[in-house]
Write a protein that binds this ligand. Structure first.
Ligand code: IDC
Length: 457
């Protein structure tokens, strides 16, 4: 709305015009549509339409609107099947954005022509229902100066590193949620303020289990919850790793259709954000690298279609051990990499279980593959037991030296050694005092909160 008001005040040309359908403060029902003329020239223009489903989940949709001037025509559109009859325009969902969960958005657009004036349509329908909802404008104000996302901006893979907007390598250090189906109360404004401000965390990994009472039981609800955590991280200047937390069964192809549906939705909804990294399969296990690679090569294009520039993390064989836990090693990936750019490979470890042989593999692999430690624990691979301080410190020193980013399991109050908070913490409001931390939490907070080294030139 800010942009529309500014435009009316200056009487500028219609380029950049944004019209929100429906009164902005109205209760969210059904759908919202945001129409933006992104470019205009003599007799022609380009427009984008962002639609947000504010009603029940849909598995197919048709957008309808009227072009107000008789001379306005859709010439060619994208991200939907477009047609026009008289002044009525319809756009039907494409394969990859046909499913829209509650709260999900997708962006489509077209090149048009006009003969007289080029006014914006004023009313939109989604599956016949008039869109009266309002969407919050995507944040246009950059996050507070000095936050990880403000300094680094959109990330990309450069060689074996993760690079920032200055094309310089950065190491992101942060925490992973526990399963959001179990520990939802741990992720609120107070806990995320503590993570961003006290811990000075660069990232929040959002672990969305697919099984174990996770995504498969309520796709729309979990998609909305993930999106809201992405927003909460963004508001605090942190990156968000969207983790499709497959674990049992270990073959990610079991969840291939769910992954396509989920990622088409979250990628379209978050495409304009700079803080999102997609992790497409937490820990493949009991499955060949070839099967994991095949899965990745089907899911990555779905993400790219909606969000072309985001970094994607691919899980590896043997619970994301680069195959080491299955008696293999990184050469299976080096010799047969995923056919995609701007990707990293996941390496996970639990310090009390995985020691020198695993560190040696990471040390070797880091010279050849972009690695991201999207999950690790200071304890045993069960997630419980005692903190192995010596092994944890050896690992963290190695990751610092190699500039490999990491997320620690877990920012939760689970009753297990890997949790950062003592049991019961999430029932209260204090996430900051040292008394709420476990041994693992205290160690990680002390490591993560040291000054970042983010080059800016
Ligand atoms: C563990 C949790 C535990 C839960 C279990 C089964 O800590 O509370 O009961 O999962 O869902 C992983 C997995 C991660 C595991 C963790 C510890 O990615 O889901 O969490 N771990 O076992 N890989 C290696 C260890």
């Amino acid at each position: 709305m800010k942009r529309l008001l500014a435009l009316l005040a200056t009487g500028a040309s219609t380029v950049g015009l944004t019209v929100l359908a429906g009164p902005p403060a109205q209760a969210a029902t059904g759908c919202a549509a945001e129409y933006t003329i992104t470019n205009q020239w003599e007799g022609g223009f380009q427009a984008g339409v962002k639609i947000t489903n504010l009603g029940d989940p849909v598995s197919g949709w048709t957008l309808g609107f009227t072009l107000p001037d008789a001379g306005q025509k859709v010439v060619q559109g994208w991200n939907a099947t477009w047609s026009q009859s008289g002044s009525q325009v319809t756009a039907g969902g494409a394969d990859w954005n046909r499913t829209l969960s509650t709260g999900a958005s997708t962006d489509l657009g077209f090149v048009g022509s006009f003969t007289g004036s080029n006014p914006a349509p004023t009313s939109f329908t989604l599956n016949g229902v008039t869109c009266t909802g309002s969407v919050t404008d995507p944040p246009t104000d950059p996050p507070a100066t000095g936050t990880p996302t403000a300094v680094n901006g959109q990330l990309h893979v450069c060689g074996v590193h993760l690079c920032n907007q200055y094309d310089r390598p950065v190491q992101l250090r942060g925490m992973s949620t526990h399963g959001i189906q179990w520990f939802g109360p741990c992720y609120n404004d107070a806990s995320l303020d503590a993570l961003a401000q006290d811990w000075k965390s660069d990232l929040l990994r959002v672990a969305m289990y697919v099984q174990e009472d996770g995504y498969e039981t309520d796709p729309a609800g979990f998609t909305a919850r993930v999106n809201s955590l992405v927003d909460m991280a963004e508001a605090r200047g942190m990156y968000a790793v969207i983790d499709f937390h497959t674990l049992t069964p270990g073959d990610p192809n079991y969840n291939l259709d769910r992954a396509k549906t989920f990622f088409s939705s979250v990628a379209a909804r978050n495409a304009h954000k700079k803080n999102v990294i997609y992790e497409i399969a937490n820990e493949p296990n009991g499955v060949s690298w070839a099967a994991v690679k095949s899965y990745a090569e089907q899911v990555i294009p779905v993400i790219r279609a909606a969000d072309p520039d985001a970094v994607v993390i691919v899980g590896t064989r043997g619970w994301s051990s680069l195959g080491v836990s299955d008696g293999s090693n990184e050469s299976e990936v080096v010799n047969n990499p995923v056919n995609a750019t701007n990707i990293m490979y996941a390496f996970h470890f639990y310090a009390a279980s995985h020691k020198d042989a695993y560190r040696a593999a990471v040390n070797r692999a880091a010279a050849q593959l972009p690695l991201f430690v999207s999950e690790f624990g200071t304890v045993s691979a069960t997630g419980g037991g005692a903190v192995d301080r010596a092994s944890s410190v050896a690992w963290l020193d190695l990751l610092d030296r190699l500039k490999i980013g990491y997320a620690n399991w877990t920012y939760s109050d689970a009753d297990e050694g890997s949790a950062a908070f003592r049991p019961g913490t999430c029932g209260g409001t204090d996430y900051s005092s040292s008394g709420v931390l476990t041994e693992s939490g205290a160690l990680l907070k002390s490591r993560i909160s040291t000054a970042d080294d983010f080059p800016t030139s």
